[in-house]
Design a protein around this ligand. Structure first.
Ligand code: SAH
Length: 222
């Protein structure tokens, strides 16, 4: 069943209340989630009714759109400022990229499945996120050297280690600005931990650990 805009808006308000209750405290993040029509990022209209439930749902090619809580939590941990340049590895549906764009980021997003991007690009365009969100087919574990360095990097797939190339594409510290940070799920399949790696000096990094998460695999060199 298709959702009307009115129904979708009501579902979104409920989702935002839910996320707030579950501990998402950054009102800017909640407002961004409240603005992005998550159902529009799901190719299977039969799933639209579930779009605002807190679950990951299939988007094709064996991949998923991350659950709203995870998107909210990761976005909160990234603490995006207006005008920041953000690299996303794993465009998937484009939903996370849209949430980042709503926070005022310029988003550079890489997806290894060309077939997924073929579906996602027109959606981003139709919703007005082009050219704020720029996408590219490729292996994002090598970053996007042409647009580096970045203020923030978010990896929305999980792997056993932190690719050095991504760390190296964080910008150096600048007075009066938050340090550049990389948010990445690290660990074995089905059991990763969110790491936030902050670049505190030209060759210095801090590594903090947060929630346990389950992401689809971050595929390298395939
Ligand atoms: N951020 C997405 C989540 C998609 S799931 C969303 O909001 O919908 C993770 C995605 O990462 C999948 O589409 C998968 O194909 C992609 N992926 C996995 N390894 C990758 C790599 N090395 N480079 C780019 N994308 C990758």
């Amino acid at each position: 069943m298709l959702l009307t805009d009115r129904q979708a808006a009501a579902f979104r308000r409920r989702l935002v209340d839910d996320l707030r209750e579950r501990g998402i405290a950054d009102e800017r993040v909640l407002a961004a989630i409240g603005r992005v029509p998550r159902h529009r990022f799901m190719p299977d209209t039969g799933l639209h009714r579930q779009a605002y439930d807190d679950v990951a749902l299939p988007i094709g090619e064996g991949q998923t759109i991350s659950q709203p809580y995870t998107v909210a939590r990761m976005t909160e941990l990234l603490d995006i400022r207006e005008g920041e340049r953000v690299l996303e590895v794993g465009t998937g549906s484009g939903y996370q990229a849209a949430v980042l764009a709503e926070l005022g980021a310029r988003v550079f997003s890489i997806e290894r499945h060309a077939a997924l991007l073929q579906k996602t690009r027109p959606i981003l365009k139709a919703l007005g996120y082009d050219p704020v969100v720029r996408t590219q087919v490729g292996d994002g574990t090598y970053g996007w050297p042409g647009y580096a360095p970045f203020d923030a990097i978010i990896v929305t797939a999980g792997g056993p280690e932190v690719p050095a190339e991504l760390r190296d594409q964080l910008r150096d510290p600048v007075d009066g600005q938050p340090d550049a940070r990389l948010l990445i799920p690290v660990g074995p399949p089905k059991r990763q931990v969110l790491h936030r790696i902050t670049k505190t000096g030209p060759d210095a990094f801090a590594d903090e650990r947060f929630d346990g998460v389950v992401f689809v695999p971050l595929v390298r060199g395939a």
